[in-house]
Ligand binder design. Structure first.
Ligand SMILES: C[S@@+](CC[C@H](N)C(=O)[O-])C[C@H]1O[C@@H](n2cnc3c(N)ncnc32)[C@H](O)[C@@H]1O
Length: 290
């Protein structure tokens, strides 16, 4: 099956994480020392140039012009999710990353733990990822399992089971930067499939506001709307922060935390002293399975 155009979007968040990593430790919004090494050669070269501060500032300023607040939103959502991965209170036995793209988390986790990690994405991206990891790290760690999936057509739990996942302990499901690319049927169908997971499991996912998807409130991000909704039409689904709790309750999940621009400002941006703000269009939610 031909990959859907969303496959190409795997690179952007990793470029951002790699550029951010060149900020000094106290100014960095997200810490990812592997991001640069997972990128294709051309992007690695470009990112390397951003070690030079003025060039890095120019790249961030260009991103701010194209999509105000998206730089900080994407960096901070990564930080928020990393915090959930390392939260000992979650007592998780497995991590499952849905639409993992070039996410380096499985390989950062494998440095200190043999916690099983499953990462699922379109087959074309699983091939790219396998090649990138082999080039950057040599081998795929034994604890990491990669599998192809299409959320539009496949049953996630069946794909996981076929690849060795046993749903007997608590899992942390990560669905970062993906839900907006799915049709509402695939989005809700996947929530339905996840209804089956072990109680106490956690789900952390990002979403784009429904009013932005509908075009009724562009929240100052007109260029993003033109790019993702009008021209490429790759963003298809959204939710409202006020309705996420009720939607998730319908699938047996209890929302315990939501992070939007003010959360990111207070917890992650302000301590760095940087003059940057996060976009109101993308939010992150954490839910626990009842
Ligand atoms: C913006 S990237 C996010 C990647 C990664 N989660 C991150 O935040 O760095 C979106 C990812 O969702 C995946 N994706 C989009 N639609 C999909 C579908 N129908 N089935 C499987 N993966 C899909 C894309 O292939 C891509 O890797």
């Amino acid at each position: 099956m031909a990959p859907n155009p969303a496959a190409q979007t795997a690179f952007g968040p990793m470029v951002l994480a790699a550029v951010e990593h060149h900020e000094a430790a106290g100014r960095r919004l997200v810490d990812d020392d592997l991001a640069e090494s997972f990128l294709p050669a051309r992007l690695r070269t470009l990112v390397r140039l951003t070690r030079f501060g003025p060039l890095r500032a120019a790249v961030i300023a260009a991103s701010e012009r194209a999509g105000p607040g998206l730089w900080a939103s994407i960096a901070c959502r990564k930080r928020f999710i990393d915090d959930k991965v390392s939260d000992p209170a979650a007592e998780i036995d497995t991590v499952v990353i849905l639409g993992s793209g070039l996410d380096t988390r499985p390989y950062r986790i494998a440095r200190y733990s043999d916690l099983p990690v499953y990462e699922l994405d379109q087959a074309v991206n699983i091939e790219r990822k396998t090649a990138a990891v082999q080039r950057a790290l040599g081998d795929i760690p034994a604890s990491v399992h990669l599998a192809g999936v299409d959320f539009e057509h496949d049953d996630v739990m069946t794909v996981l089971a076929d690849n060795g996942f046993r749903d007997t302990g608590r899992s942390l499901f990560i669905w970062e930067g993906v839900t907006q690319y799915l049709t509402p049927q695939a989005l809700h169908g996947t929530f339905e499939q996840l209804r089956a997971v072990v109680p106490g499991s956690r789900l952390v996912f990002t979403y784009v506001r429904q009013d932005f998807i509908d075009g009724t409130n562009l929240h100052g991000a007109e260029a993003v709307y033109r790019k993702f909704r009008r021209r490429r039409q790759v963003w298809k689904s959204g939710m409202e922060p006020e309705s996420v709790e009720e939607i998730l309750r319908g699938y047996g999940w209890r929302v315990i935390e939501q992070a939007g621009p003010s959360y990111y400002r207070d917890l992650y941006i302000r301590p760095t002293g940087r003059k940057i703000s996060a976009s109101p269009i993308e939010w992150t939610a954490l839910a626990i399975k009842d």
